[in-house]
Design a protein around this ligand. Sequence first.
Ligand code: ATP
Length: 273
Amino acid sequence: MIDAEARKPDIPHMDDQASGDTTPPSMTTPAPSIDVRGLTKSYGSVRAVDGIDFSVAPGETAALLGANGAGKTTTISMLIGLLIPDSGSITVLGEDMGRHRYRVLGRINLSSPYVDLPRRLTVEENLKVFGRLYGIGDIPGRIDELAQELDLGPLLRRPSGALSSGQRSRMALAKALINRPEVLFLDEPTASLDPDTADRIRTYLTEYKTQENATIFLASHNMTEVERMCSKVMIMKAGRIVRSGTPQELIAHFGRTTLEEVFLDIARDRSAP
Ligand code: ATP
């Protein structure tokens, strides 16, 4: 097994206790927001996720990276309860997703450009539907807030099917934030956003995380975004996590200057010097 976390990586891990600290871990380390053990999922003969272990601390932004087909979307789908794992366990906000996912679903949310919301409904109508589903008290107030924060005001009365892909990404993000999730899952959050909008969204998400002490878990192909937003990076290859650490740790380990170069080294099987 080459899972970097499972085999005690040579790269230091940010969850590690500082050396010399003799305080028991349970007294200093908060329970993880996400804890995954031995997770597997196959589609027929394709082993999409092959026994992964990781945890994400409260308030942390973690990224799952990997080439096309590495298993990222399958992993996120299991984390949010959309797909049932073949084996292993997932604990989110202290609840076992296998047994108690309904205790958690109202406290998490997902934004993905691949989830299509009803196209005939306006942006506002879509957000109202989700506001009701999540049992939000003041739905118009929350929609107003999100419209301001994500610059959606001029789009609220447009059918969602008439939005550009970048505008749809912002609507998806508003939907994902409607319940002020404690854990926010983002599948390529800034795909199709122009550089200016993408930059604003990254800043907004980082502020949201800090203000709400939320945990963000994202899958992205944008290495600059990951370097900027994430304190923990896990790189998947053929269903396994082959490396994990902070962006700086990974860059230093591979003797590179950017995470993109590290990604290419791993994707092309070039070992660290
Ligand atoms: P991408 O970056 O292209 O989105 P990914 O890392 O998200 O890729 P997954 O979508 O999780 O990868 O796919 C992992 C593997 O599982 C791939 O080999 C893929 O072909 C396969 N796979 C995914 N979904 C299905 C499905 N519904 N039926 C059969 N095979 C699937």
